[in-house]
Design a protein around this ligand. Structure first.
Ligand code: GLA
Length: 328
């Protein structure tokens, strides 16, 4: 301590704050959230981070492209919902591949919303609205809910009609590997909206996917709880077949990745994850074999990446009270 009584550490709060928002892996229940269906995703250990400080204006830098539409969409949605919206200057980084089926945009929007609102408690539907404002795509509420409500070690059995969540523990015997084919789509390219319109108009093949997928979700939640990897794998593979043949949102690269990872003896089943058309495949495997499965896929599919994922907690401010509990 010096003569003035100070400890040499500033007693003013540090103004630097960091917010993180995880990506989303959907175990099963694809293209049914916007129909009011029940889905089974988890928040995964890939994330968007925003580090910076409150300011009079909003200046966010990123190496991953134009953030302006997202900032504008989040701002408007926050304002429409009556939140107070502040300024923030900072840096955005992300480990979530963009446009690959792992909710990179929902995570980005949640992180921006936390930064602009000073960490307010935000409703998932508000951010679904901001996605619509940012990209013009009317999606469901699965991604935003998972990013905002995820829980470590658990999947969310999420009723998208009511927003009700039942947390299903993921048994330690079950592991997950994501294969990123390296191919990319944009939701705004129209095919997502087209499929949604078709199923809403009652086209028989599209509806057949939606109803069979809904059945598989409830069965998957039951077998996940029971730790029955073989049964879970069969349902996941069934989901892929339905997305490929009835909903027609697969691609040659996704089908190939499903076949390659599915050939590993530790893999119980695999399917495309997210909206489809390109991006990633999710494989359910015996826990402990993830690195081996990922290595095999990387060797057999040059240009792809493969890695283990696990369920983590929802988005929030990082660190014990960054800026809120000053060290004195
Ligand atoms: C995207 C949308 C979600 C959901 C999935 C498909 O990720 O944002 O709302 O519709 O596609 O299940």
């Amino acid at each position: 301590m010096d003569a003035s009584g100070s400890c040499g550490i500033s007693s003013t709060p540090s103004s630097t704050r960091t917010y993180r928002a995880p990506g989303r892996v959907n175990i099963i229940g694809e293209h049914i959230d916007y129909l009011g269906g029940t889905v089974l995703p988890f928040a995964c250990d890939l994330e968007v981070r925003i580090t910076g400080s409150e300011a009079d204006d909003v200046v966010l830098r990123s190496n991953d492209g134009d953030l302006e539409p997202y900032i504008a969409g989040v701002r408007r949605a926050l304002q429409e919902a009556g939140h107070s919206v502040g300024g923030f200057r900072g840096e955005v980084t992300s480990s979530i591949p963009i446009g690959a089926g792992l909710s990179s945009s929902a995570a980005l929007e949640v992180a921006i919303a936390l930064a602009l609102s000073g960490g307010a408690d935000i409703e998932p539907d508000l951010l679904r609205r901001s996605e619509e404002l940012a990209s013009g795509v009317r999606g469901g509420v699965m991604d935003q809910t998972t990013v905002l409500r995820g829980r470590a070690g658990h999947a969310l059995l999420l009723d998208c009609a009511t927003g009700a969540i039942e947390y299903v523990p993921i048994p330690p015997s079950i592991g997950f590997v994501v294969v990123d084919t390296g191919t990319r789509r944009r939701l705004a390219d129209g095919r997502y909206a087209q499929r949604r319109a078709e199923v809403e108009a009652g086209e028989p093949k599209r509806v057949r996917h939606a109803s069979s997928e809904q059945r598989r979700v409830f069965e998957a939640a039951a077998v996940l709880r029971a730790g029955d990897l073989a049964a879970l794998g069969a349902l996941v593979s069934g989901s892929h077949a339905s997305l490929r043949d009835d909903f027609e949102v697969s691609s040659p690269a996704l089908d190939e990745a499903v076949a390659v990872v599915g050939a590993h003896e530790a893999c119980a089943g695999a399917r495309l994850v997210g909206a489809g058309f390109a991006g990633c495949v999710l494989a359910v495997v015996h826990a402990g074999t993830e690195e081996d499965v990922a290595r095999m896929v990387r060797t057999r599919l040059p240009g792809s990446t493969a890695f283990k994922v696990k369920a983590v907690d929802a988005a929030g401010e990082v660190g014990p009270g960054n800026g809120r509990h000053p060290v004195v």
